[in-house]
Design a protein around this ligand. Structure first.
Ligand SMILES: Cc1cc2nc3c(=O)[nH]c(=O)nc-3n(C[C@H](O)[C@H](O)[C@H](O)COP(=O)(O)OP(=O)(O)OC[C@H]3O[C@@H](n4cnc5c(N)ncnc54)[C@H](O)[C@@H]3O)c2cc1C
Length: 483
C-alpha cells in the first residue's frame, strides 16, 4: 500500500511512497493506474488538473479495435488479428512489428476489457463515409482499409469503435469517468491539482517524482513511474522546433496541459524521443461521401491522391503539394456542400477553361486531367491512384464547383504524434535501446503505433493509449513485486 516515508516532515521530503506513480489521468494514465492496482500494486496518480480526463475527455470517442471484436462479430464484419496486423504494418511508416502484433492479437480482449469498465459499444454499423458516426452507432471504417494499395495488403474491416455518445467530441469522457470510478474501487490515490515537475533518480534508476501543488513542493517515492502526461501541441516552442506545419495557421487540438511535460521529463532522464516531427493534421471535406466522387488537383492541375483516402491522408498529400495548394472539383451532378464548414467554396464555373483560369492552373492541364479521369471512371477504373470503384463517377456535367483545400484557406486542425521511445511494455528507452530502470510511458507522450497523418486511423490514439497504458501498468506492478 501507499505509505508515508520517513522524512515527510522535512521541506522537500517524500510525501509518500507507492509501488507505481502515474503522471496524468487521461486514457493512458487511467488504464495504467487501474491495471497496476488490479495487479496488486499501490498506486498514486498525480494529475495537474482539478479533474481527470485530459485531452481524452475531449475526444470523439473512437477506439481503433479489431481482430474479431464483439462489435465486429455482432454486426457481421469478419476480421482477424492477422488482417489487422497486416493493415497496420502496411500503413505505418516505421512499424514496430512486435507492438503491432501485440495490439492486433490483444485487440478483441481489450475491447471486452474496456466494456467491463461499465459501458457497451452499440452493436450497430454506420456505413457512410464520415469523420465520426453522427449518432451512437458502434462501428465504422475510420482509416484507409478500403483505399488502394492497402485493400490489397489486408482484407478490409471496419475498426472504428465509437463510445455510445452522440456527436463528435466528448465521447471518451464516459470512459475516463468510469476509469476514475474503477481506480477508486481499487484504492488508487489520485492527487489533483498536482503537477509533476521532475523525476527523482538514484543513479540511473528512477525512484520518484517531484511535484508542485499550490505552494507545496514535495516528491513521491516510487518503485516505478509511468509518464502519461499527454502530447505537446500546446508547447509553442516544441511545436516550432519539431512540427512547424502545426504552427502555420492551423487550429491545435488539445488542452493547455498538452505542453510536452511528460516527454521533457523523459528526455531529461536520458530517453530518446521518436517521430516528434509528425502530427495528425487534417481538414476533412466529407461528409457527405458524395464529394469523394470529385477530383482533387494541385495548382499544376494534376491529381496526386486517391480522393477516397481517409481525410488525414488526403490532407497530408495536400500539404506536400507546391504552395500546399489543392482544389476539390465536383460537377453539378455531384455537388453538395461539406457538412463541416472547414473547406471553403470558391465558386461555380460554367467551363473548364474558366475554372482553370480562375484557379491559376496552366491552360490545358485541368482539361486533360478531367478528360482522363472521366473516361476511366466511366469504366469503373482509376489506373493512376486506384480509387475504389464505389466512388468512381465521371465529373462531366458542368457547371463545376470548386472547394479550396489549401493550407491557409481550409481550416486544418491537429495534434502531435511523436513521443518517448518505449518497448512493448512501455519501458522508456535510451537511444541505444536500453531501458531506463523504473520509467515507463504511455499515451500521447509515448511513441507507439500512430506515427504520421498518412497512416493514421481515427481511434488509434485512444486505442493504443489504453492498450499500452494497461501493459505499462501491469509490467510496473510486476516489477514492484519483484523489486
Ligand atoms: C477534439 C479531439 C478529438 C479527438 N478524438 C479522438 C478519437 O476519437 N479517437 C482517438 O483515438 N483520438 C482522438 N483524439 C486524440 C486523443 O484524444 C489523444 O491523443 C489522447 O486522448 C491522449 O491521451 P493521453 O492519456 O495520452 O493524454 P491526456 O488524455 O491528455 O491525459 C494526460 C493527462 O496528464 C495531465 N498532465 C499533464 N502534465 C502533467 C504534469 N506535469 N503532472 C501531472 N499531470 C499532468 C493532464 O492534465 C491530463 O489529464 C482527439 C483529440 C481531440 C483534441
Amino acid at each position: 500500500m501507499a505509505g508515508t516515508a520517513p522524512g515527510t516532515d522535512q521541506p522537500g521530503g517524500a510525501a509518500e511512497t507507492a509501488d507505481v506513480v502515474v503522471v496524468g489521468f487521461g486514457i493512458a494514465g487511467g488504464c495504467a493506474a487501474v491495471e497496476a492496482a488490479a495487479a496488486g500494486a499501490s498506486v498514486v496518480v498525480l494529475e495537474r488538473s482539478g479533474t481527470a480526463g485530459g485531452t481524452s475527455a475531449l475526444a470523439g470517442g473512437h477506439f481503433y479495435l479489431g481482430g474479431g471484436t464483439v462489435v465486429q462479430r455482432a454486426t457481421g464484419h469478419a476480421d482477424s488479428p492477422d488482417e489487422m496486423y497486416a493493415y497496420l504494418m502496411a500503413v505505418t511508416p516505421d512499424p514496430e512489428p512486435a507492438k503491432i502484433r501485440a495490439y492486433a492479437d490483444g485487440s478483441a480482449e481489450h475491447c471486452d476489457w474496456l466494456e467491463s469498465l461499465g459501458f457497451q459499444f452499440e452493436r450497430s454499423y454506420y456505413p457512410e463515409k464520415a469523420v465520426i458516426q453522427p449518432g451512437t452507432q458502434g462501428l465504422m471504417y475510420t482509416g484507409n482499409e478500403k483505399v488502394w494499395p492497402f485493400r490489397e495488403r489486408a482484407v478490409p474491416a471496419p475498426r472504428g469503435h465509437k463510445v455510445p455518445v452522440p456527436g463528435d467530441t466528448g465521447g471518451a469522457r464516459l470512459v475516463t469517468d468510469l476509469l476514475v470510478q474503477r481506480a477508486a474501487e481499487l484504492g488508487v490515490s489520485v492527487r489533483y491539482e498536482t503537477a509533476a515537475t521532475a523525476l527523482v533518480q538514484a543513479g540511473d534508476t528512477v525512484t520518484g517524482v517531484r511535484w508542485r501543488s499550490g505552494a507545496e513542493t514535495r516528491w513521491t517515492g516510487a518503485g516505478s513511474v509511468i509518464l502519461a502526461a499527454g502530447g505537446f501541441v500546446m508547447n509553442t516552442q516544441m511545436v516550432a522546433e519539431h512540427v512547424p506545419s502545426l504552427a502555420a495557421g492551423t487550429f491545435v487540438l488539445g488542452t493547455s496541459f498538452d505542453d510536452g511535460t511528460g516527454i521533457r521529463l523523459g528526455l531529461a532522464a536520458g530517453a530518446q524521443a521518436l517521430h516528434l516531427d509528425q502530427a495528425f493534421l487534417t481538414a476533412p471535406f466529407y461528409p457527405p461521401g458524395r464529394l469523394l466522387t470529385g477530383i482533387i488537383v494541385n495548382r499544376g492541375g494534376r491529381r496526386f491522391v486517391a480522393e477516397d483516402s481517409y481525410h488525414s491522408r488526403t490532407s497530408a498529400f495536400v500539404l506536400e503539394q507546391p504552395g500546399s495548394t489543392a482544389y476539390l472539383i465536383v460537377d453539378s451532378e455531384h455537388m453538395q456542400h461539406p457538412e463541416m464548414p472547414l473547406v471553403p467554396f470558391v465558386d461555380g464555373f460554367e467551363t473548364i477553361a474558366e475554372m482553370a483560369a480562375a484557379l491559376g492552373i496552366p491552360a490545358g492541364n485541368l482539361a486533360a486531367t478531367l478528360t482522363a479521369y472521366n473516361s476511366h471512371a466511366a469504366c469503373g477504373e482509376d489506373p493512376e491512384f486506384g480509387k475504389h470503384p464505389d466512388w468512381l463517377e465521371p465529373q462531366d456535367a458542368g457547371p463545376w464547383a470548386v472547394f479550396d483545400l489549401s493550407l491557409g484557406k481550409a481550416l486544418y486542425a491537429g495534434f502531435t504524434l511523436g513521443g518517448l521511445r518505449c518497448n512493448l511494455d512501455g519501458q522508456v528507452q535510451r537511444p541505444d535501446g536500453s531501458v531506463i530502470a523504473g520509467l515507463y510511458a504511455a499515451g500521447a507522450c509515448a511513441a507507439n503505433i500512430a506515427q504520421d497523418s498518412k497512416g493514421y486511423s481515427s481511434g488509434t490514439q485512444l486505442g493504443e493509449g489504453s492498450f499500452f497504458g494497461r501493459r505499462a501498468g501491469r509490467h510496473a506492478a510486476l516489477a514492484a513485486r519483484r523489486g
